[in-house]
Design a protein around this ligand. Sequence first.
Ligand code: CO
Length: 205
Amino acid sequence: MLTDLLKRNGEWSRQRDSDDPGYFTRLATQQSPEFFWIGCSDSRVPANVVAGLDPGEVFVHRNVANVIHTSDMNLLSTLEFAVDALHIKEIIVCGHYGCGGIKAATEDLPHGLADHWLSPIRNLARQYAIDLAQIPDNESRRDKLAEFNVIESVRRVAETPILQRAWARGADISVHGLIYGLKDGLLRDLDCTVSSGHLEAEAAE
Ligand code: CO
């Protein structure tokens, strides 16, 4: 299996270099991605592939069910690097329909450590219990919860001191919420973008 993987890598590298001579030499000197992607670890939702982006075009952080824990040092250090060092302007939180993490968070079975990880989703399910109860089938109800999770994650990213500091110094950064459909391969905008403008809106209130 690993031998096959290394063989495919060798073929890919040769093909890439022949299509675009000097590609790797150029990319090795610096990265200047336009997007920072926070998504689910699910193997069916690879950021570069579903967004049609090449190596060097998207900086990525993934975890089970794209949960934002505000004390997650892994996420925070990646976010800080994206904002302060790479000067990324577009942050995307991307969830997906049919997410196993969302499903686990809605089950009454113990999942060990995952239950701790997924606790913000359980809280959301409680918070939106009335809305979710209107949806008759389990799959659609979980997909709605996946959307709520993206919207909540966007809010949490926007509330980090990293984003608040960046906006206070006038940086033009937007945090978007998208959801991906495993069944059609399409990304949908959940229209929950938070950008620097929200600080001015709050100040005017
Ligand atoms: Co998932």
